[in-house]
Design a protein around this ligand. Structure first.
Ligand SMILES: [Zn+2]
Length: 379
């Protein structure tokens, strides 16, 4: 953090007084004062994490480090924002009522598949939901009585990767990218340890960068976007021989045939399923080569159901990257998979509430201290 020992003591004392940190065991050292381990005090405190997608809305209770404290509740995504809030609020209340051991709910973190204005948290444009300029925060805060934070799903995923998962990315010099493949494609970018937002909150929208100008129609209204080639919808459309069109952009039914079903068929030697997944791997690699040329990150994380069939994806993906990434080193950029069972998007939603309580506001919220003023609410 580049601050002096004395300043650390002041910060730690403040966090201890606010019961955000707790002192643990005293470490053994050969010489000098023995250090005391500090832990984030997550006892009795929880966060409601919400992942809104066109194909379904998911919620769970998590602790401050993003670990699940409940199972995942799924509900149908009501396309109309007020209707969605009306459906979501009672589910949040009953989730908290089912867990009386959580005495304090720190807030509701919501990830959405779209661009979010980060000071007001208005959803500027969520193509797969057909939302433009939607305020979900205020009505959800009123309906639940809890602080609400909203963020783009890709951005929240990359934040969680640095904040809760760490694996070597907490270092401030790190450039990492998270590609979340779902109904659409969300990309979160962290440059030099900070989330990249851009001047108009659309930085990192690689999902809507064209691979071809006359490709399949995309949910954003354009043609040939990366998302229109690699999203779960695009993969299923490829398998079923649909070439896109208005049907490809419509929200999918949550009981319909899923990517998991497709992977099961591929495992049972369905040649068309294997071919659809491999072709998706090719396009995934083509788009990743653009991401690498734009940002040259040290590591790319990929999350989503497609990771279940990585053995079928990887060969074509690496071949496409080798063809397009300009240098052998860039083509070999490290890729780490984040399994669907780790709930990266829900973990991202939890990080929206946890990170600002601890991290420097500059690092996470671009200096917006307003987000830190909200006190934890008692249930
Ligand atoms: Zn698009």
């Amino acid at each position: 953090m580049g601050v002096r020992r004395g300043a650390i003591t002041l910060i730690v004392n403040d966090l201890l007084e606010r019961h955000l940190l707790v002192e643990g065991a005293i470490a053994e050292t050969v010489r000098g004062r023995k250090p005391t381990f500090l832990y984030i005090d997550s006892r009795g405190r929880g966060i409601v994490a919400v992942d809104i997608r066109a194909s379904g809305t998911f919620l769970m209770l998590a602790d401050l480090s993003g670990k699940p404290l409940s199972g995942v509740v799924r509900l149908k995504t009501v396309g109309e924002p007020c209707g969605l809030v009306a459906a979501l609020a009672p589910r949040i209340r009953s989730l908290l009522a089912d867990h009386p051991e959580i005495e304090v709910c720190e807030g509701v973190g919501v990830v959405v598949p779209g661009m979010v204005e980060h000071t007001t948290m208005r959803v500027l444009h969520a193509p797969t939901l057909e939302w433009r300029d939607v305020d979900l925060r205020e009505p959800l805060a009123v309906a639940t009585g809890l602080p609400v934070q909203i963020e783009n799903s890709g951005r929240a995923c990359v934040l969680a990767q640095a904040w809760t998962v760490r694996d070597g990315v907490a270092d401030a010099k790190t450039d990492i990218v998270f590609v979340s493949v779902s109904d659409g494609v969300g990309v979160g970018v962290m440059v030099q340890g900070e989330l990249l937002r851009g001047s108009h909150n659309i930085a990192g929208e690689f999902g809507h960068l064209p691979l071809s100008l006359d490709g399949p129609p995309c949910s954003c209204g354009a043609n040939g976007c990366w998302e229109a080639y690699v999203s779960n919808r695009a993969l299923l459309a490829r398998y079923f021989g649909r070439s896109g069109g208005p049907g490809a952009a419509a929200p999918t039914d949550d009981r319909a045939f899923t990517v998991e079903d497709l992977v099961t068929r591929a495992r049972a030697n369905d040649a068309r399923a294997v071919a659809a997944i491999e072709t998706t791997g090719h396009y995934l690699g083509m788009g990743l080569a653009s991401v690498i040329k734009a940002l040259d990150p040290s590591r790319v994380y990929i999350g989503g159901e497609i990771t279940l069939a990585w053995d079928l994806v990887e060969g074509r993906l690496r071949a496409a990257m080798a063809q397009r990434a300009l240098t052998p080193a860039a083509a070999e950029t490290e890729i780490r998979l984040v399994a669907a069972s780790e709930y990266p998007r829900l973990r991202g939603a939890a990080a929206l509430i946890a990170a600002p309580a601890f991290a420097s506001p500059n690092a996470w919220f671009g200096g917006s201290v307003a987000n830190r003023k909200q006190e934890p609410a008692l249930i």
